[in-house]
Design a protein around this ligand. Structure first.
Ligand code: PEP
Length: 237
């Protein structure tokens, strides 16, 4: 399964390095079978020791190799560190930073052309959730506009917007219903994200269609993130 941490706008270069080292040590000592992803801030990217199943990825990039886009990070700057996994479509970028679906699709095409793993995030806001499953699914399908769902390095993270950073996770029934419906059209691995923590990760990973989690807040503690990886190793699917 994929167990991913999204640092968002947290951690310095120094503290991220210490965190990554601790996770690497834990994964190697426990011989964890999880595919661990750590989406660190740009300033913390580096060439880290290569530990099988752990990849440090980028939370964002501008869809250009290099050029004149003041303040942005192009692919050349990611390639310097061998970045092989990127987040695209996170709700904070869609809603707070106002990324349009066409811009998100342009980033997707760009990353796909470079053959990197894409963790593509989708999710509905609270007002859509209140309208029921059909409204949720049509909202989610719109977030696939311009996206090649057959890309073989695609991973999808279903993250209801109202569950991100709120401490309120979706119910297991709701996660199962959405992931099962997504599975009808998609063959990519499906992750759940939204207030995943040590206390609920086991039951979420036991949802049949769920192949991993994307964790923000609760992963910003090395011990808790290691514990989540350990729990994932106990879940047999
Ligand atoms: C996220 O940022 O992708 C996320 C799921 O955050 P949190 O775990 O804090 O809800």
């Amino acid at each position: 399964m994929i167990i991913a941490s999204n640092f968002k706008t947290n951690y310095t270069r120094g503290s991220a390095k210490a965190f990554i080292k601790e996770i690497q040590t834990f994964v190697s000592h426990t011989k964890s079978e999880q595919n661990v992803r750590i989406f660190a801030p740009f300033t913390a990217l580096d060439r880290f020791d290569e530990i099988q199943n752990i990849k440090v990825g980028a939370q964002n990039f501008y869809p250009i190799q290099s050029g004149s886009y003041t303040g942005e990070i192009g692919f050349e700057q990611l390639e310097e560190f061998g970045i092989d996994t990127v987040l695209i479509g996170h709700s904070e970028r869609r809603h707070i930073l106002k990324e349009s679906q066409s811009f998100i699709a342009a980033k997707y095409d760009f990353a796909k052309a470079r053959e990197v793993e894409i963790v593509y995030c989708i999710g509905e806001p609270q007002e859509i959730r209140m309208q029921g499953i059909d409204a949720i699914m049509s909202y989610l399908w719109e977030q696939f506009e311009g996206i090649d769902i057959h890309y073989d390095r695609l991973v999808i993270a279903y993250e209801p917007v109202w569950a991100i950073g709120t401490g309120l996770s979706a119910s297991l029934e709701d996660i199962e219903e959405v992931l099962t419906r997504l599975q009808e059209k998609l063959s990519a691995p499906l992750l759940y994200g939204g207030s995943v923590k040590v206390e609920n990760i086991e039951s979420i990973l036991n949802v049949k269609a769920c192949e991993g989690v994307l964790v923000g807040t609760a992963s910003w503690n090395e011990k808790a993130f290691c514990e989540m990886i350990r729990i994932a190793d106990t879940v047999k699917k």
